[in-house]
Design a protein around this ligand. Structure first.
Ligand code: AMP
Length: 216
């Protein structure tokens, strides 16, 4: 079963995806990671993307849609998680066309509900490894790296994402409410939506995802 995660920024999509890749054979397709790679490569397109991301805005649909289409084509049938896409109803409609062209119908959309204060706490503690993409949180005993600022898995120095400031988070959250929340209704109408309220840790949410997959 393929998965699409829809959630406010910093809800734990990346962390849960990481576990599903490590333990359950999923391929992880994160549009945020794809964009950060483009920024790292220092192209003109990367610079334009960086400005939008730093402002908490969405990158244009035409760029994202092409990236996702190519990535999904290259998976050749492996089970995947879409993390960060679709982020508006227009992208959801494009994804529907891509799925039709690739004969994909075995998917569910999982909404991770997390309250605002928890999100804010997570965003200000988040550290990421740009090499292996593992995500840490220095405010949580469960998700702290063993050595300060060093990735447990690959030894790379951890960074704070440029868009993980309180100011940018607030803008991203507002963008989420305006553009992304309506996508939930889109998938509810297609009978594809499953809701998980994340009350404690992302590990608990991961367990719930496994439970849901086990019931299918
Ligand atoms: P994320 O890593 O999913 O939190 O995404 C970080 C940033 O990348 C977002 O705040 C947007 O600026 C951009 N982004 C990621 N996915 C999309 C998308 N599907 N459409 C437009 N912009 C996106």
């Amino acid at each position: 079963m393929n998965l699409i995660f829809i959630a406010p920024p910093s809800a734990g999509k990346g962390t849960i995806s990481f576990k599903l890749v490590e333990n359950n054979g999923y391929q992880h397709l994160s549009t945020g990671d794809l964009l950060r790679e483009e920024i790292k490569s220092g192209t003109d397109l990367g610079n334009d993307i960086k400005h939008l991301m730093d402002d908490g805005e969405l990158v244009s649909d035409s760029i994202i849609n092409e990236l996702v289409k190519h990535k999904l084509e290259s998976l050749h049938g492996s089970k995947f998680i879409l993390d960060g896409f679709p982020r508006n109803v227009e992208q959801a409609a494009v994804l529907n066309d891509i799925f039709t062209s690739l004969n994909i119908d075995n998917y569910i959309v999982i909404y991770l509900g997390v309250d605002f204060d928890t999100l804010l706490d997570r965003v200000t503690g988040r550290k990421v490894c740009l090499n292996c993409k593992k995500i840490y949180n220095i405010h949580s005993d469960e998700f702290k790296p063993k050595v300060d600022n060093v990735c447990d898995d690959c030894g790379t120095e951890l960074i704070t994402r440029d868009d993980d400031t309180v100011e940018t988070f607030t803008k991203r959250y507002n963008t989420y409410l305006k553009s992304t929340e309506p996508v939930l209704e889109y998938y509810k109408n297609k009978d594809k939506l499953v809701i998980i309220e994340v009350e404690k840790s992302s590990h608990e949410a991961y367990e719930k995802v496994l439970e849901i997959l086990g019931e299918m």
